[in-house]
Design a protein around this ligand. Structure first.
Ligand code: UD1
Ligand code: UDP
Length: 374
């Protein structure tokens, strides 16, 4: 009898990081694999599904404008019941630290399936940072039966929480599987992409490109205002620099960013980019300023320095290796550090080394092999 898998995700980063696993399971005849999206995100999820050519079997379509954690959590748990009743999975796969991961984990536990946590064991050890993700990830770790850790460090975090070693596998991060798949596609001479063609007309690639993203809940309000103020100063003081900011659709981000940064000649505010255009642009960038988790993992593989607008990270590996700096949201520090990278070539080169602490592109294969032997 085939083992039954149910793979569930809801936001853009989960979709990017679960897509390679979906593909790997779908080509394996020992499994019957069903894909369910909560659609905690809508447009930003659909962009990923389209690029990776994934057609979900179930789409709960749960995103609401400016949704809150209470109703989103409740609606995910409630709407997962009929899916679990119908599919009756042996294994449910969730990813990372979102509301979808945590709530689907709870629902799968109620439904009696074995829970497989992809990207397990990352910790800041501070439940307020990132909020509510650190708590979501810890809770999912408590519910999970099998833990797929991207690095040895994340495995050690789980061992310290008395998780049995035989239930943890160090796999590398599936984001590198996705990135390598994406880069290969984008570099294929047959690949045509309207968004990339459009970026070529908008940006002057003779100049230094700074790529910016930001969406963390704990940076909403004051933090975001200070980041925008830094970007404005960097743009005004460096006419030879172009800043491009694909703005997250969360109204708590989109509203203030558009208000504070519109109309500055060398700042381009654009809608969230599809994955191929985003990785294409990362490769073309000089420097990345972000509070994103996934981008902290991808950028070292592309040799791009990253300034992280957070005070803590659950991904310390690249910080330790010196290609990622944690800055928080202090305006002066962001300006100072950016200026140093723009003007000091030696310093820039030291931070731009290519390395890959987060994976080798075979994480999904390792997960499938592990479950196959269960
Ligand atoms: C969520 C995750 C966060 C992850 C981020 C990735 C939680 C608690 N947060 O945060 O961990 O890093 O996604 O981007 O799970 N919206 C749209 N269209 C979209 C997506 C979002 O309009 O495609 C708007 C909606 O108004 C929505 C709001 O953004 O209500 C917030 O979305 P939500 O998923 O709750 O929070 P994020 O800040 O995106
Ligand atoms: N990304 C994208 N388009 C964008 C911005 C980001 O495809 O306009 C990708 C990026 O390459 C990374 C992921 O989205 O793989 C990160 O998502 P996000 O920053 O929303 O969430 P986080 O990783 O912080 O949870």
């Amino acid at each position: 009898m085939k083992k039954k898998n149910l793979i569930v995700f809801g936001t853009r980063p989960e979709a990017i990081k679960m897509a390679p696993l979906v593909k790997e399971f779908l080509k394996n005849d020992n499994f019957e694999t069903t894909v369910c999206v909560t659609a905690q995100h809508r447009e930003m999820l659909d962009q990923v599904l389209e690029f990776f050519e994934i057609k979900p079997d179930y789409d709960l379509n749960l995103m609401r404008p400016n949704q809150n954690l209470y109703t989103l959590t409740a609606s995910i748990i409630e709407n997962m019941k009929p899916v679990l009743d119908e599919v009756k999975p042996d294994y449910v796969y969730v990813h990372g630290d979102t509301t979808t991961s945590m709530a689907v984990g709870i629902a799968a536990f109620y439904g009696g399936a074995k829970i497989c946590h992809v990207e397990a064991g990352l910790r800041t050890f501070n439940r307020q940072y990132p909020f509510p993700e650190e708590f979501n990830r810890q809770l999912t770790g408590k519910i999970a039966d099998f833990h797929f850790s991207p690095t040895a460090l994340s495995k050690n975090n789980l061992l310290a929480e008395n998780i049995k070693e035989e239930n943890i596998l160090v796999t590398g991060n599936t984001v590198i599987d996705a990135l390598l798949y994406g880069i290969e596609k984008v570099n294929d001479s047959d690949f045509k992409d309207e968004e990339i063609e459009n970026l070529k007309t908008v940006l002057d690639f003779q100049k230094k490109i700074i790529l910016v993203t930001g969406h963390r809940r704990e940076n909403h309000g004051d933090g975001l205002i200070k980041i925008c103020s830094a970007l404005k100063t960097i743009a005004e003081n460096n006419p030879d620099v172009e800043i491009i900011y694909p703005v997250h659709l969360n109204p708590n981000v989109k509203g203030p960013v558009n208000e504070l940064l519109s109309g500055i000649t060398n700042i381009y505010l654009v809608a969230p980019l599809a994955y191929p255009s985003f990785i294409w642009l990362m490769e073309k960038s000089y420097l990345i300023i972000t509070d994103s988790g996934g981008i902290q993992e991808e950028a070292p593989s592309l040799g791009k320095p990253v300034l992280v607008t957070r005070t803590t990270t659950e991904r310390p590996e690249a910080v330790e290796e010196g290609t990622v700096i944690l800055l928080g949201t202090d305006t002066d520090r962001i300006v100072e550090e950016s200026n140093k990278l723009l003007n000091n070539t030696k310093y820039y080169n030291e931070m731009s080394m290519l390395h890959n602490p987060y994976g080798d592109g075979k994480a999904s294969e390792r997960i499938v092999n592990f479950i196959e032997k269960k």
